[in-house]
Design a protein around this ligand. Structure first.
Ligand code: MN
Length: 135
């Protein structure tokens, strides 16, 4: 398998979702970075300049909407595509999410085909994609 230089930062406070998304993307060959709250996520975005960010909305401290506002205000970070991964559509807030600057939206509970398809819209395909079995 070709080594990928494409990295994805996951900002997610739920350990089960984090592990699911981490294992899935890692299995696809992406380099995966993990942050469990918004403040840490912003720090890691600044430090690592990932190719793509998956951002939960309901986070302790800075929530996902605070994080996307800060990302889009930062000249060095605003070009990084950000996908909202959230249940907020269930509250009718999808439009709010999209207006806040997200490039795409994946709803929870997470559909693996949806997530992969959305991620691949923003990143070049990786050869010999292996999708790990879901535990
Ligand atoms: Mn959350």
């Amino acid at each position: 398998m070709e080594v990928s230089t494409q990295s994805i930062l996951i900002i997610e406070d739920n350990a089960t979702n984090m592990r699911l998304v981490h294992d899935l993307l890692k299995g696809c060959g992406y380099a995966v970075l993990q942050a469990t709250d918004g403040t840490l996520g912003l720090q890691m975005a600044q430090e690592h300049r990932p190719s793509l960010i998956l951002l939960d909305i309901a986070l302790p401290g800075l929530n996902g909407l605070d994080v996307i506002r800060r990302l889009k205000k930062d000249e060095d970070l605003r070009s990084i595509p950000v996908i909202a991964v959230t249940a907020c559509a269930m509250n009718g807030d999808e439009e709010t999410c999209m207006r806040s600057g997200f490039d795409a939206y994946v709803s929870k509970p997470i559909s693996i085909p949806d997530l992969l398809e959305t991620v691949k819209r923003f990143l070049a395909p990786i050869e010999n994609v292996f999708v790990p079995p879901v535990r």
